[in-house]
Design a protein. Structure first.
Length: 87
């Protein structure tokens, strides 16, 4: 990628900012491009909606069964003494 017509004063400030952050101007430019290339809120909502649309809802009884299985598995594990609240 080649970026043309950046005013000298802008590029100098950019290089100074990169140097102050302990980075090269190229690294700082990559970070800025990556940040600006992130999906916006609307895109994230569209993605979540697409996942929801492709998922099959479960009934309350199934959800309760999953929770009970999780609790049973959790409670069957040996206690971790490093997590003892009395220490």
């Amino acid at each position: 990628m080649i970026i043309r017509n950046i005013p000298d004063d802008v590029f100098e400030r950019f290089e100074q900012r990169a140097k102050a952050d302990g980075k090269s101007a190229e690294q700082l430019a990559r970070e800025v491009i990556a940040e600006k290339g992130m999906p916006d809120r609307a895109e994230l909502i569209r993605r979540v909606d697409a996942i929801r649309a492709s998922s099959t809802p479960i009934d309350w009884g199934t959800a309760e069964r999953f929770w009970e299985e999780h609790r049973a598995e959790r409670d069957a594990r040996p206690a971790d003494p490093s997590l003892d609240a009395d220490r």
